[in-house]
Design a protein around this ligand. Structure first.
Ligand SMILES: Cc1ncc(COP(=O)(O)O)c(C=O)c1O
Length: 387
């Protein structure tokens, strides 16, 4: 059996995999089992911020591995405290709960919001407003938070207490906050799985006004757009928002599993010993790698993100076979005239890796992808679109 047959035989069929085995990589170049090199515009879905086998990240991780790989959260470990301090200093927040994934970071945010609201306003203020077309993860609570019926249908009953507002319908948002006892509004600045759509300044302002008026927490799900991808450290900074909770994962760990719920002063003391926890959350090796990532997300890198983004948007907007381009920074989507999956397979056959989001092609390259590789990849995408 080759790897394709073995995988199909023994791994649960939850992923519609592309016909490519990845055997190694360096930066934004991936080596396939077929011996070919591919330009990676997916970064493991926004994870490998500095590409594959990034030397600084590897050095930070292996240095920690040489000390010890894991300790329980009953003891102190420097990488954990140092990463938490770094996240707080760079966001103006107060405390961090570490988890292992985006879904778990969101689970923590949901728990914090409910506990905060119960203590401050009463137990009935448990509802959380999320957005239609959102995506917040695959656990039962984060699936319930996800405003897409397609993810709900096979897993009833889901946990209750989620209400869905439509981006652009500010009156609808306000009526949910007025008519139901609510704790928080949970949102992505760019709806990734929902079609790579930024929420826009007007909607960000509407959420802030409703949150202020009805004493709701604002929870920014930065799992995909966060950690430099937006052209800011976090996407909410584009809209001048100051969330009460920020959730992040994916790129934070740079390739090792790590999630975080970053808490503002307003909710910093909600979690107390025993109220939440995780065996692996805040694993010192993952945190050591994350420190190396975060320390390199500086103004220069962010400027480079915006320049690369402008280049892609300029090249693809109005190109033959492309209906529209959307997104923010290096989280971009475009709608090809061909079906998205067909387009992605064509791009793969020509040596470029992309992912899809609904009817769109989603681009999530490494933030430091060399300009010559990016240019080559974008020209291939244009050929795929025009064919
Ligand atoms: C915005 C957003 N939130 C949450 C998640 C879930 O993250 P994870 O797969 O790490 O649980 C994702 C994953 O794609 C995401 O894009």
């Amino acid at each position: 059996m080759d790897v394709f047959e073995r995988d199909r035989r023994y791994v649960a069929h939850t992923y519609n995999r592309f016909p490519l085995e990845i055997v190694s990589g360096k930066g934004s170049l991936v080596r396939g089992g077929d011996g070919r090199a591919y330009i990676d515009l997916g970064s493991g879905i926004a994870v490998n911020i500095f590409g594959l086998c990034d030397e600084a990240w590897k050095a930070a991780v292996t240095e920690q591995l040489d000390r010890f790989q894991h300790c329980s959260n009953l003891y102190y470990a420097a990488p954990v405290a140092n990463l938490a301090r770094l996240l707080c200093e760079r966001t103006g927040m107060e405390r961090v709960f570490f988890a292992n994934s985006g879904a778990e970071a969101n689970e923590c945010a949901i728990k914090v919001a409910r506990k905060w609201a119960a203590e401050k306003k009463g137990a009935e203020f448990c509802n959380i407003i999320t957005l239609q077309k959102s995506f917040h993860g695959r656990t039962l609570a984060t699936l319930a938070a996800t405003g897409q019926e397609v993810f709900h249908k096979d897993y009833q009953p889901l946990p209750g207490g989620f209400l869905y507002a439509e981006v652009g319908d500010a009156a609808g948002l306000e009526s949910l906050a007025r008519d139901y006892p609510c704790a928080a509004i949970l949102f992505e600045c760019v709806q990734g799985e929902g079609g790579v759509m930024p929420i826009g300044q007007a909607w960000a302002d509407a959420m802030r006004e409703v949150a202020e008026k009805y004493d709701l927490l604002l929870i920014a799900d930065e799992v995909q757009i966060g950690n430099g991808r937006s052209g800011h450290l976090y996407g909410y900074m584009e809209y001048g928002l100051q969330p009460d909770v920020v959730t992040t994962a994916k790129g934070l760990g740079g390739g090792l599993p790590l999630g975080a719920a970053i808490l503002s002063g307003r909710v910093a003391d909600v979690l107390q010993p025993g109220s939440h926890g995780s065996t692996f959350g805040g694993n010192p090796t993952c945190c050591a790698g994350a420190i190396s990532i975060l320390n390199r997300i500086d103004d220069d890198l962010l400027r480079g993100v915006r320049e690369r983004s402008d280049y892609i948007v300029r090249e693809l907007t109005g190109a033959k076979g492309i209906k529209n381009v959307s997104g923010m920074g290096l989280m971009l989507g475009f709608e090809p005239e061909k079906p998205a999956r067909e387009f992605a397979e064509l791009a793969l056959s020509k040596g470029v890796l992309v992912t899809t989001a609904k009817q769109k092609i989603r681009l999530l390259p490494a933030l430091n992808i060399p300009m010559d590789l990016l240019e080559k990849a974008v020209q291939i995408l244009k050929v795929c679109a025009a064919e």
